[in-house]
Design a protein around this ligand. Structure first.
Ligand code: SF4
Ligand code: SF4
Ligand code: SF4
Length: 187
């Protein structure tokens, strides 16, 4: 359990991260990476989307030496966004849950499409697609407030997934309780 001072420094580190939520740093999102930096478990040079600008900002905040981006975490690339070849999409919807900012729309058995203005280019939708119909294409430079917009979208995505999981669990519990009530008693 973190104390208030630790939570404060994690929040200040997180505020410097690009909120792409791509997991290339080796952690499942920007906030867990921020916590790992604060605890000394991770180095400041593990975020490819942020690149040297983010590393410099982290070094300043934490009064540490600048380090070049660790190549084990990837390389910094120009902005890209996902694009779905709708002629090949089979509507399986497997790309929807991994998208941290809800940038893909479509229903089961219908073609899906990427909302270009939402996509952060995190690539998390690519591997789950069974027909390889998602590719990355050059995208616009992120807006000045992009990180906070991404963070808000990610928080709403995470909250929705948690709510659905809780609803599924409640339905399962109710089903189990109903089954146990209808089991006839031994004579
Ligand atoms: S944007 Fe950077 S800090 Fe956030 S998950 Fe990706 S690599 Fe990690
Ligand atoms: S559409 Fe794909 S690349 Fe774009 S944000 Fe969602 S998961 Fe990441
Ligand atoms: S995972 Fe691929 S095939 Fe399935 S809905 Fe998404 S884009 Fe279409």
């Amino acid at each position: 359990m973190m104390n208030a001072a630790q939570s404060g420094i994690v929040a200040r580190i997180d505020a410097l991260l690009p909120q792409t939520q791509c997991a290339r740093c080796g952690y499942p999102g920007c906030q867990p990476y921020a916590a790992a930096i604060a605890s000394g478990e991770a180095q400041i040079n593990q975020c490819p989307p942020g690149g040297s600008v983010t590393i410099r900002a982290l070094a300043r905040l934490l009064d540490r030496e600048f380090l070049p981006l660790n190549p084990a975490n990837g390389t910094q690339a120009p902005p890209r966004i996902a694009w779905i070849d709708e002629s090949r999409c089979i509507g399986c919807a497997r790309c929807l849950p991994p998208c941290p900012v809800d940038a893909i729309i479509g229903a089961a058995k219908f073609m899906h499409t990427v909302l270009a203005e939402r996509c952060t280019g995190c690539e998390l939708c690519i591997a789950p697609c069974p027909v390889d119909c998602i590719e990355l294409r050059p995208g616009p430079e992120p807006a000045a407030n992009q990180a906070s917009v991404n963070r808000a979208r990610f928080e709403s995505h995470t909250a929705r997934l948690a709510q659905r999981a809780a609803e599924r669990q409640r339905a399962l519990d109710a089903k189990k309780a109903g089954a146990s009530r209808s089991t006839p008693l031994e004579p």
